[in-house]
Design a protein. Structure first.
Length: 79
């Protein structure tokens, strides 16, 4: 199994909009794609922009970060 590499860009590259906050970029271990992991501001669940999350509401990127799938609310201390 390949290890996932987490890339956290500088604070000025973590844009926040009306729906999502706490954005992270994570590089795919099988391609050169970069996906976004973010937290929903109102429902407080975490999501990923990868195809697996969009179709099944589960992905290995969330699992690698120990974040729950299935749109369950989860708070994380980000420092």
């Amino acid at each position: 199994m390949n290890a996932l590499t987490l890339y956290i860009p500088p604070q000025d590259r973590l844009p926040e909009n009306g729906l999502w906050t706490n954005r992270f970029e994570i590089r795919s271990s099988s391609s050169n794609r970069v996906y976004v992991v973010a937290q929903n501001k109102t429902k407080r669940h975490w999501a990923c922009s990868c195809p697996s999350y969009r179709t099944r509401r589960f992905c290995r990127h969330l699992a690698a970060l120990s974040l729950p799938a299935g749109e369950r609310p989860h708070e994380v201390l980000i420092s």
